[in-house]
Design a protein around this ligand. Sequence first.
Ligand code: IMP
Ligand code: MG
Length: 179
Amino acid sequence: MDNNNQGRVKRVLISEDDIRNAVQSAGEQLAQIYEGKPVLLVSVLKGAFIFLGDLCRCMNIPCRIDFMEAKSYLGNSTESCGQVEITMDLKHDISKYHVIIVEDIIDTGRTLSQVIKILKERNPLSLRIITLLDKPARRTVKLEADVSLFTIPDYFVVGYGLDYNGYHRNLPYIAEFEE
Ligand code: IMP
Ligand code: MG
């Protein structure tokens, strides 16, 4: 049974090399900006786990890491359902940190706008958003990342942390997926 839909991974959209180079320079820039400050990298699971892992290793400064999980998708649907549920919260008191939210992709923007609202109420020293991918064509709420590594057309993509129905997160590149 082809329950991982392997045959629907169409073509490489962003190569391993291109990702590595972009992550490296983003990490170096962040390290410069946050040098000497208490930094907390916040990853919104699960899609951003690989990006966070690579990004933090390109930041040559002390920093702490925390995770939260927000669900915006139902089953194997490729449409954001509008409702965002925080299924796992941060362990740090973010009022003591400059927070960098590390996201995999901003699509409609609904998930992240909810997450930002919740985190701002906790008064972080500052809040910045870095996203690996941006799909501006599908935005339904007004939201822009401070740093966006790649802008992509309205394709559903998998790989480098991003999934379809839980699969393909382990692809080392970003690929277009046939919906
Ligand atoms: P938004 O709330 O519509 O911005 O959706 C945000 C979340 O949906 C992302 O953090 C991803 O987990 C997921 N998502 C959106 N577009 C894609 C895609 O093309 N591939 C895989 N996951 C996606
Ligand atoms: Mg995500």
